[in-house]
Design a protein around this ligand. Structure first.
Ligand code: GDP
Ligand code: MG
Length: 163
């Protein structure tokens, strides 16, 4: 079985865009897990000449009216709990938000190894974007632009180091 990496974060930070960037190869197995939920999508990242790993794109953790206790959140938690590595995705343009704080708090309870991924750093002063998340205290932080495929190879390298 392939190691499993979960993409976790609030809605709109770019989880699905990152999922697509990581699984873009034509033979990537991307499908909805039947009978589970529409919000959990599994795929495989097959980096050339390196180990493959499975990815699960969880839905946004807080739906408009659901909050952290809602069904989508439960699915995201379940995905995080079964993962070998969690990618905590945040939005470098918007900076850290209260919802990011909440997600991180429960993520810490799962005690899964976690990498902080700051997305949407295209056209940004990257160090400034990262500084906004410094208080989260991650040793492992990767800046990416999923939409422009920037930093994706570095991210894959960091993921493989942790698996
Ligand atoms: P999700 O809700 O976390 O799955 O987020 P999506 O992948 O659906 O992306 C939300 C929005 O952010 C979409 O309009 C994307 O086009 C945009 N987006 C995602 N990644 C990037 C990025 O790297 N840079 C920029 N500028 N926009 C992005
Ligand atoms: Mg999505």
């Amino acid at each position: 079985m392939l190691p499993l990496v979960a993409l976790v974060g609030r809605p709109n930070v770019g989880k699905s865009t990152l999922f697509n960037a990581l699984t873009r190869s034509r033979d990537a197995l991307v499908h909805d897990q039947p009978g589970v939920t529409r919000d959990r999508h599994y795929g495989v990242c097959r980096p050339e000449g390196q180990r493959s790993f499975a990815i699960v794109d969880t839905g946004g953790i807080a739906g408009e009216d659901e909050g952290l206790a809602g069904a989508t959140a439960k699915q995201a938690r379940a995905a995080a709990e079964e993962a070998d590595l969690v990618l905590f995705i945040v939005d470098g343009r918007e900076g850290a938000s209260a919802l990011d704080d909440d997600i991180l708090a429960w993520l810490r309870k799962t005690a899964r190894p976690t990498l902080l991924v700051v997305n949407k750093t295209d056209g940004l002063e990257v160090q400034a974007a990262l500084n906004d998340f410094a208080r989260y205290g991650f040793n492992d932080v990767v800046a990416v632009s999923s939409a422009h495929r920037q930093g994706i190879d570095t991210l894959i390298e960091q993921v493989l180091k942790k698996l």
